[in-house]
Design a binder for this molecule. Structure first.
Ligand SMILES: [Zn+2]
Length: 242
């Protein structure tokens, strides 16, 4: 295979890798935000349950305070009942006692309902205890992993950019400009296409046997008759032809 073709293949591999790295670096902010968002959804669903538990607790405390108050009023009403001077006072105290007792029963019923809800919430928190305990750690680990992968990609991008400049500089000017023109023309940046099973992998056109043979020989630059990209056959494919 002529040396220029080797260099072109190398340049194409470098450029394809650079495109991939560039895309990944450019979308890093969004992808990192998506990771944070996912963890935030878990955290907020946990906060919601914890909030429900707190409000149940405070509702219960309110009801207990109301019961305590009503019991005090009930004692007073009982005293009034004992010391009633006439029928009217007696009936008033009796009605008051009755109302207070009913109120206390109603508050107690509400507390029982709250306790049932509270138990269900506690059970839910218990079931998710491991998730709750590990959530922050998992989030930090996922973001740390993401950040270190990203800085690796940035380093690779810098070294590949330098490598690209070097490889490009060693190409004859004519080939370098053909390469750049082809690469800029295609959306995927492919100027050098591998031939697999007799087809150009860029445009999928089946190559004429003579073209396949010329590519296989590799002693001159052969271009695809359909898409004009520079063609090559990878060594293992050359063996398959032999
Ligand atoms: Zn083609």
């Amino acid at each position: 295979m002529i040396a220029e073709l080797d260099k072109l293949i190398e340049l194409q591999k470098t450029d394809t890798n650079l495109r991939k790295l560039k895309k990944s670096i450019e979308t890093a902010t969004e992808r990192r935000a998506a990771i944070e968002q996912e963890f935030e959804q878990h955290a907020s669903s946990i906060r919601e349950i914890q909030g429900r538990r707190e409000s149940l607790n405070s509702n219960r405390a309110d009801l207990e305070a109301k019961i305590a108050d009503n019991k005090k009023y009930l004692e007073r009403a009982d005293r009034n009942l004992k010391h009633a001077q006439n029928q009217k006072e007696y009936e008033t105290a009796m009605r008051e006692t009755d109302a207070l007792q009913k109120q206390i029963v109603s508050f107690e019923t509400q507390i029982v309902e709250i306790m049932d809800e509270f138990e269900a919430v506690e059970k839910e928190l218990e079931e998710r205890a491991e998730e709750i305990a590990s959530l922050d750690g998992k989030r930090d680990a996922a973001l740390g992993e993401f950040d270190s992968a990203l800085s690796g990609e940035k380093e690779e991008f810098a070294s590949e950019t330098a490598h690209r400049a070097e490889a490009f500089a060693t190409l004859p000017a004519r080939l370098a400009s053909i390469y750049d023109r082809l690469a800029q023309r295609s959306r995927d940046g492919i100027a050098v296409a591998e031939v697999v099973n007799g087809s150009c992998t860029a445009c999928f056109m089946q190559l004429r046997p003579q073209v396949q043979l010329n590519v296989k020989k590799g002693d001159e630059i052969i271009t695809c008759e359909s898409c004009t990209r520079i063609l090559y056959i990878a060594p293992k494919e050359v063996e398959a032809y032999a």
